[in-house]
Design a protein around this ligand. Sequence first.
Ligand SMILES: CC(=O)N[C@H]1[C@@H](OP(=O)(O)OP(=O)(O)OC[C@H]2O[C@@H](n3ccc(=O)[nH]c3=O)[C@H](O)[C@@H]2O)O[C@H](CO)[C@H](O)[C@@H]1O
Ligand SMILES: [Mn+2]
Length: 370
Amino acid sequence: MYTNQRINALGNRKYLAFSLVFLPFVFWLSWYTYSGNSWTPSLPFSCRFQYAIEKREEIPEERKYVDHFRKDGSYLDHLLEIRLPRMNYSQPETMNPPRRDILVMTPWFAPIVWDGTFNIDILNQQFKQRNVRIGLTVFAIKKYVVFIQLFLETAEKFFMVGHKVNYYIMTDRPKDVPNVTLAEGRKVVVLEIQSYARWQDVSMRRMEMISLFAKEQFIQEVDFLVCVDVDMRFSDHVGVEILSDIFGTLHPAFYRGQRQQFTYERRPASQAYIAYIEGDFYYAGGFFGGTVDEVYKLTNQCHNAIMTDKANSIEALWHDESHLNKYFLNHKPTKILSPEYLWDNSMGVPEVLRKRRFVAVPKNHVQIRN
Ligand SMILES: CC(=O)N[C@H]1[C@@H](OP(=O)(O)OP(=O)(O)OC[C@H]2O[C@@H](n3ccc(=O)[nH]c3=O)[C@H](O)[C@@H]2O)O[C@H](CO)[C@H](O)[C@@H]1O
Ligand SMILES: [Mn+2]
């Protein structure tokens, strides 16, 4: 019975004609899918490479591994190789750590960056070979434009020297952005944004602005974002040792403190609420960063939390800084910068601080904010 039916089906001329047309089509489809010569596959397996092609369009020849993949059919065979040249440096000693006076590693294995704990030559080689592009975002709204000149001049001396840098200056006064001579591979990008009446809102809205521009622009132009205050000057090396997926900085006033003393937001009604029995460190609002993806997540989430607070008529004690601290409680940073990276000379110079790399410029708060 079954056999008869099959013979009948095979003998059906309509079925045969259909197979003759359909089977070559299947062959053609598979061939183009795997060779990828003239037709871009839209099947799921190719999605991440499609994404990579779009994201990496402006990268130099040696990084276009995606094209190799499409010709040769193997992604793993074309990963970027980072190969250090022969170098002369002192050996790391397992039994003799370079610093014993400070914590250099968190319990979740994020390094804490202090002078003497890293070799910048090794790191520069690694990041140079990745052809890393860094975006430095800084806001200068209203009178704060006066800080730009010193900020940029000192950044040219100390910030990511030898690497590609975009300075993203967000301001409501684009005409007041001074002209500063920049080294090769570095540029200023002025982004005009709106201003807010209260300085607290100016400070908090940075989260919104960074997340918006991260999505629209930064993701296409840079690999890492570094987001800082503008009322600052660089006074010593700040380089690729700071880069990691997502990083924060120990606040100069609290790095020795107990968690109960941290000025976290303590009202449960706020989205930034942290209980007295919680918290690792107190992070400063004026210096954080990471990959564009991670900074987007951080700023977008902090902005949403700020908006929720606003709808509930509550404002966190230290504004964006409170929300940043809440974010880092639940999303541990993958690297932490010591207060060398955010210092205020009004706090003196403790022995533990071998370098002051990025220092607050004294300001008259009342005058500059009004
Ligand atoms: C070094 C540090 O960790 N600073 C943090 C600290 O305050 P600060 O006292 O350092 O705040 P601030 O006056 O520097 O304001 C923060 C930033 O907002 C921008 N701005 C502010 C006002 C204005 O009229 N125009 C303007 O452009 C500017 O980029 C400035 O650097 O706490 C703030 C929240 O309360 C922020 O979290 C800051 O990042
Ligand atoms: Mn500041």
